[in-house]
Unconditional design. Structure first.
Lengths: 342, 277
């Protein structure tokens, strides 16, 4: 079945067009989902927030005229849906509305998004790769001590919330920093503030800041992915087609590499696509624990300041990231599974 | 159904089931009966021994105002357990209803319900709950239970739906339909009982995620509010001094991890049993 279908042609232009149309359709579906999720979050924020509360509680009291002007600026006179549409219509031109204290959201958004990406992407990519590796390694050694220990470790890691893991890492690392007499791996921020490092020194400084939060982001995801990958690989190891490959005279290692791996990786594409949104929460927590001023940190403080447009903007960018990752997972599926191409 | 000579493993035999349920019962006993045996309440302040390390008088040390950390943790464990259990039961009820209805009826109903599931799964549910929670800050913690359940039912609903779809064409469902049973009757009398083992498994695993969700929300100040304490608020309060007075942080973390781990191990054990059948 495998060898037969692998040669089913992607070569025909018609097939390739159909494939492209299929991928485009899934992207359109994901974009619609992403807009619906942003609308939901915005509606909840707009209905439950009281953005003028801070202004009203000032001493001396803010004049009514100022309150009215701010309300008009924030569009509070409009019903929620038109307000959302007005905000959304500005987005393609790079206008993300105004914060409650009157600054343009666009001033800050790209810096925030950059910080989040620099923090979350390395850890997540690492986690997918290591999670797959650990899962496969465990399945090949199923029942042995190494497998049992790594599975137990995964369960324990999943029982510890990310905000605890981050602080635990700090507690564990503190003696090392103290012994070194300097912050070998700093606990907070993206780089040393006020430093005038350049070139390699600056890159090294950023890298040292990145290590601990990356571990905090990656460990729970490694635990999560490895458990599923192990189950998927075990299923493949017990499958008929692998026995058939062995019967044709392939060694176990060769059969697993040539036929097993591909089949075991296929379910992971769907898993990464749908669980990525859940792992984003870990990124938000990590930003707060390690003092990175990214989108998650921004959204949390926006909730504290009752700022619906910042909530909508950060939600939108996170949702876009979810859509992009979903699309990459689709692409990986097409590359891995010839059946999706015919 | 079991073939003669192959004894079926009883649920109690799996190490995970035994370990998980014993640990959960022990934690629940400690949380609800334990405080009776402590010489202090969780609010009692001993200003002479502020932030003191674990000692025979205070086995887990004392907190910022000299409160006994063990008494605080047991009190927090109570709240976390109650919230976790209630939210998990509610989650399972919602997902069972949505999943069976969508899977059994199919068509438009199915498409609408699954679209709702997909939309709610785009973003981390905890962020969406965080958005609404400031407005509900002064409400009772029961609202928190509703919020956690309201944004946690989607994954189980999908699993239930898949199962309901596969059961839809099974003999006894078709027989019931031919005898004129209404959709409501088929769902409540035939599909839901058949899925009870699956629902029990998912409910147990949902306890683990509900306890984690409560801790996460409370950690950022969106969940349980003072003067109530939960494991989440205790971890949050301890984080500030985690590097200087680690016991204030590590004690609630230990209870939190033990609770989540116990529920997860029990759930996985039950699932293996259900799968083996």
């Amino acid at each position: 079945m495998l060898d037969g279908e692998r040669h089913v042609a992607l070569s025909a232009p018609a097939g390739r067009a159909r494939l492209a149309a299929g991928l485009a359709g899934r992207v359109a579906g994901r974009v619609a989902l992403c807009l619906a999720a942003v609308l939901l979050t915005y509606t909840l924020a707009a209905l439950s927030f009281d953005p003028l509360a801070e202004l009203r509680s000032t001493q001396p009291p803010t004049p009514q005229a100022v309150l009215d002007a701010r309300a008009a600026e924030l569009g509070l006179d409009l019903p929620v849906l038109p307000r959302f549409l007005r905000w959304l219509s500005g987005v393609p031109a790079g206008d993300f509305g105004v914060t409650v204290d009157g600054h343009a959201v666009a001033d800050e958004v790209w810096e925030r998004a950059g910080t989040s990406l620099r923090l979350f992407l390395p850890g997540s990519v690492l986690a997918v790769l290591l999670g797959v590796a650990v899962g496969i390694w465990g399945a090949l050694r199923a029942g042995r001590w190494a497998d049992k220990i790594s599975m137990a470790a995964a369960l324990v890691l999943l029982a510890v919330p990310v905000f605890v893991l981050g602080t635990l890492l700090k507690i564990l690392w503190l003696p090392v920093n103290e012994a070194a007499g300097t912050d070998l791996l700093p606990f907070s921020g993206e780089k040393t503030p006020g430093s005038d490092l350049a070139g390699w020194a600056a890159a090294g400084d950023r890298l040292r800041h990145l290590v601990l939060p990356t571990v905090a982001i990656a460990l729970p995801q490694i635990a999560f992915y490895s458990r599923y990958q192990r189950a998927a690989m075990l299923e493949v190891l017990h499958s008929e087609f692998l026995r058939a490959a062995r019967a044709r005279g392939l060694t176990r290692a060769r059969a697993v590499r040539r036929h097993g791996l591909r089949m075991a990786l296929i379910p992971m594409t769907a898993l990464v696509a749908f669980s990525f949104g859940l792992h984003l929460a870990g990124g938000v927590f990590t930003e707060r624990i390690f003092g990175w001023h990214g989108l998650g940190d921004w959204m949390m403080s926006a909730i504290e300041h009752q700022d619906a447009m910042v909530v909508a903007t950060s939600t939108l960018l996170m949702a876009v990231l979810v859509v992009v990752v979903g699309w990459l997972a689709d692409l990986a599926l097409v590359l891995l599974d010839p059946r999706t191409r015919s | 159904m079991t073939a003669a000579g192959t004894p079926r493993r009883r649920p109690g035999r799996r190490p995970g089931v035994v370990l998980g349920s014993c640990l959960l019962v022990a934690l629940a006993l400690a949380a609800f009966a334990g405080p009776l045996f402590l010489p202090y309440t969780h609010t009692q302040q001993d200003l002479a021994t502020v932030l003191s390390a674990p000692s025979p008088a205070h086995p887990l040390g004392t907190a910022r105002l000299g409160e006994d950390v063990l008494a605080l943790c047991l009190r927090g464990l109570q709240k976390s357990l109650v919230i976790g259990l209630l939210a998990a039961v509610l989650t399972t009820v919602v997902s069972a209803v949505v999943g069976t209805v969508a899977g059994y009826l199919g068509g438009m109903v199915d498409r609408v319900l699954m679209a709702v599931v997909d939309v709610l799964l785009v973003l981390p549910p905890i962020l969406v709950v965080a958005v609404v929670s400031p407005a509900l800050r002064d409400q009772s913690w029961l609202v928190l239970v509703l919020l956690i359940a309201g944004f946690q039912w989607m994954l189980t609903a999908r699993v239930v739906r898949a199962r309901a779809r596969s059961l839809r064409s099974s003999g006894y469902v078709v027989a019931a339909e031919n005898m004129g049973a209404s959709s409501a009757r088929v769902v409540t009398r035939h599909l839901l009982p058949q899925m009870a083992p699956l629902l029990v498994v998912d409910c147990t695993l949902n306890v683990a995620s509900a306890v984690l969700a409560e801790a996460g929300l409370s950690y950022f100040g969106f969940g349980v509010q003072a003067p109530d304490v939960s494991l989440g608020t205790l971890v949050s309060a301890g984080t500030g001094s985690a590097l200087t007075f680690p016991w204030v942080f590590l004690a609630p973390v230990g209870f939190l991890a033990a609770t989540v781990l116990a529920a997860a191990v029990l759930g996985e054990g039950l699932r293996d049993d259900e799968g083996a059948r």
